[in-house]
Design a protein around this ligand. Sequence first.
Ligand SMILES: Cc1ncc(COP(=O)(O)O)c(C=O)c1O
Length: 402
Amino acid sequence: MPDVSDSALRVPYSRIRELAEIAMRMDGVLRLYFGESNLPTPEFIKRAAAQALADGFTFYTANAGLPSLRHAIAGQYQHLHQVALDPDKEIVITASGVQALNVAIRTVLDAGDEALILTPAWPNGSAIVQMANATPIHIAQPLVGDRYEIDFDALERAVTRRTRLLIYTSPSNPLGWTATENDQDRLLEFTRRHRLWLLADEVYDRLYYEVPRLGLPAPSILRKATRDDAVMVVHSFSKSYCMTGWRVGWLVGRADVARKAAELNEFIISHAASFAQKAAETALADGEAELQAMLGRLRDNRDFCLAALRSMPGFTVPRPEGAFYLFPRIDGLTDSFGFCRRLLEDTRVGIAPGVAFGAGGEGSVRICYAAERSILEPALERLAGFAERFAASPDLQGTLVG
Ligand SMILES: Cc1ncc(COP(=O)(O)O)c(C=O)c1O
């Protein structure tokens, strides 16, 4: 019998999914393990999709996506970041953020190459590097005081002849950490000097709270990069507009890489669904009011959960600037998967184990606070009870009984 390829077998399964699959077989679970809100897509976006179907958006589109959507995205960058992009050459619509990540990585890595990845990070970047027969090298972001930082010395030490790419996420999943302007300058200087590609995952840039007015985005690396820099940005409609199931995202890149990425799209997915692209255009045009309202709720949720977690014994919780996650570090925790599984079985609260997020993740857990208060409040209460028991006997984390 022929076997599954070694390259496929090398790609590890997502440990967030592993936990979620246990939870999905159980009733009454308070689900905070996935990165999504439990709110449905706003009605005006659903109506736009129905209208698009009625208007005949049921055919193939260009591999780079509908020109009208690319123009709308270019308009957003001009408006939000004062960055001028050429929608015909520098923007490619993708069938989600994860597909943008996939095609971006596939466009710049050869088999045997190495990609540096700032971690803890959402595991998909690493897995996609492995799917390209390349090697992910995790560079953990140290927690210094109350803030995560970038370990530039470790980055320097990790560069080899085969290093081709550096991937980071800002605002970060799972940290909520957001690159400062100084971080961005140094990342650009580092990748220029070593002649590397720099891939910024900015899918959470609209979910940013450290601003004078909610709605202002976290600054994009595109504000700093020139048009000729080896820089790519991955983005998505999933998080800002509650459109996780729609699968529409985009990639911004230098003209040569964007052209190739659009060509490769043909062999991966061809393009995002036509009517979903049309609905995404409406989300951009008319979505600001809903987004603002969501941001207010998210910031309140963040502050509520932060206070609750900080009062739990042994929990260190940096204050996240963006996205919708908290990533407490827990004293004495060495098996975050065991902790989360036990928490799930004993209390019906589902959160994600830190170990799923690569180097630097073990010893922490991730809580997505995009859920409604009616879910967050009992979930945190039950977690607090569990944390008390864990603090009293951390060696029992695998055998705690309810
Ligand atoms: C950091 C990061 N990048 C990209 C994505 C991809 O989102 P989607 O594929 O739904 O567009 C996610 C989703 O959780 C994410 O957390």
